[in-house]
Design a protein around this ligand. Structure first.
Ligand SMILES: Nc1ncnc2c1ncn2[C@@H]1O[C@H](COP(=O)(O)OP(=O)(O)OP(=O)(O)O)[C@@H](O)[C@H]1O
Ligand SMILES: [Mg+2]
Length: 454
């Protein structure tokens, strides 16, 4: 059950609000001052903090400023009279929403429903992280390298929101799979995700595919046709190979994204649509802008939340993990037990994989067919087999010996990365992890349970 912390010094309104919020399926704790709220906060971080702005010993905003761990808490501020300055300040500090007194019950309900849904998704993401540590996969995505962990972090952050996602990465790195994972962890998961490959549809059909057309709007349009935007409404639209979209259509797309309405070809009436966009490309979008293939304003609009799928050659030990995973799936499907020889694994690790995971899938499949019991070098294609053994260990430098902490990260975030990476490396052994990190086991447990809440 999601937890709410209500803070208000007016006992009447506190008890009314408590009842309302409980009815929405939250367990509620109540406080009447900044100090009380802080005390409760120390004990347990709530999913949502609903606080009055004016409190006897300070302002609800003070709570936002100092409360540790508020990052995962949604904050709803209530004020007697709305003041623009406070609102701006509040949003800057990360307030989720803003209510004025007397509280509009319908609006409160809508806010809480959204928070509860996002809370359920957070729970699911937490269980995926546990699965990642145990099984080496995040949903359908196999891999535990630090660089993939960064991808999972981004997916986990953006999925529950409605933000537009732009996935970049070389061919075969798993962009489709990332799009599916985002969709599966979003509140639109029960609605369709319609894909449209902009490179595969002929340029003069894309417009009608996207926006639809009215009967008779052009030769051959003998019926009204609903476009992808209309059909995906309520759900997600996956615009693959977005850079290949004809440039004049890109400005129409931008208009749709900005107004949330489409016009069918030959139609006069605007049709409202509610679609989340995930776009992907295996080109460098900034380069495409320079070359005049992509509109810069569209790129800005799509690039709200970029996710880069790293090439396989940067994923270190994941090469073996993925190969073993693929072989296991094949073995199970075909009822034939096959394993890799060490020599084959070494060469695969040394190889650059220009075609990334897709290329590996094909290589493993072919080797599986060729092999009786063990995949030796003779089952691998020439470009992999031909690598000199001397190349193998050098190129297969171990990954995971460091963690990557981008500048701009908070100290708390850096700490989380170090703790999780160490725990991973020590295969989940908490006692060892605490020892290596030089912290007490209790501190480690506290940190881990705080991360679970996120
Ligand atoms: N992390 C992963 N774990 C397991 N399978 C993966 C992973 N990444 C990719 N794959 C598999 O590799 C294949 C290629 O992935 P996908 O189609 O998502 O790549 P892509 O980046 O969209 O390629 P393209 O640029 O050609 O569209 C798929 O069969 C996919 O299931
Ligand atoms: Mg793809």
């Amino acid at each position: 059950m999601p937890r709410a912390l209500l803070v208000d010094d007016d006992t009447n309104s506190l008890s009314v609000m408590t009842e309302l919020v409980e009815l929405e399926g939250f367990s509620v704790e109540a406080a009447s001052s900044v100090k009380d709220a802080r005390d409760l906060f120390q004990r347990q971080i709530p999913d949502v903090l609903i606080t009055d702005l004016k409190l006897p010993d300070g302002s609800g905003i003070d709570l936002l400023k100092d409360a540790d761990g508020l990052a995962s808490t949604d904050v709803v501020l209530i004020t007697g009279h709305s003041s623009v300055d406070t609102a701006v300040e509040a949003f800057r500090l990360g307030v989720t929403d803003y209510l004025t007194k007397p509280v509009d019950v319908q609006r409160l309900k809508a806010i809480l429903a959204h928070i509860a849904r996002a809370g359920a998704l957070k729970g699911e993401i937490a269980s995926l992280r546990t699965e990642l540590r145990k099984l080496g996969r995040f949903g359908p995505m196999v891999g535990v390298s630090p660089i993939m962990n960064e991808v999972y972090d981004l997916i986990a952050k953006v999925a529950p929101t409605d933000a537009t996602v732009l996935i970049t990465g070389e061919s075969g790195t798993g962009k489709d799979l990332i799009a599916q994972t985002v969709q599966q962890l979003s509140s639109r998961r029960n609605k369709p995700m319609l894909p449209l490959n902009c490179a595969a549809v002929s340029p003069n059909l894309i417009e009608s595919e996207l926006f639809g057309h009215e009967r008779g709007s052009f030769t051959g349009a003998d019926r009204t046709h609903k476009g992808h935007f209309e059909r995906a409404s309520g759900g997600t639209l996956f615009l693959d190979e977005i850079v290949e979209m004809p440039i004049e259509l890109q400005s129409k797309l931008l208009r749709v994204l900005e107004t949330n309405t489409v016009h069918r070809i030959g139609g006069d009436n605007p049709i409202e649509v509610d679609v989340r966009i995930i776009a992907a490309t295996n080109r460098d979008p900034a380069q495409a802008v320079k070359e005049g293939k992509m509109r810069e304003d569209l790129l800005f609009r799509l690039n709200v939340f970029p996710i880069h799928a790293p090439p396989l050659r940067l994923r270190g030990d994941d090469v073996q993990l993925l190969a073993e995973h693929m072989l296991k799936e094949l073995s199970e499907a075909e009822g034939k037990r096959v394993r890799f020889s060490q020599a084959a694994l070494d060469r695969m690790r040394a190889y650059e994989w220009p075609g990334n995971v897709r290329e590996m899938k094909n290589v493993v499949h072919r080797a599986f067919i060729l092999a009786d019991r063990e995949i030796g070098l003779e089952c691998l294609p020439e470009q992999i087999r031909g690598l000199s053994p001397a190349q193998a260990p050098a190129a297969a430098a171990p990954m995971g010996d460091g963690i990557h902490v981008p500048i701009g990260s908070s100290v708390a975030d850096a700490e989380r990365r170090l703790i999780m990476a160490t725990l991973d490396r020590l295969e989940g052994n908490k006692r060892e992890t605490a020892k290596v990190l030089g912290i007490s086991l209790k501190t480690l447990y506290n940190r881990l349970s705080a991360y679970q809440e996120k």
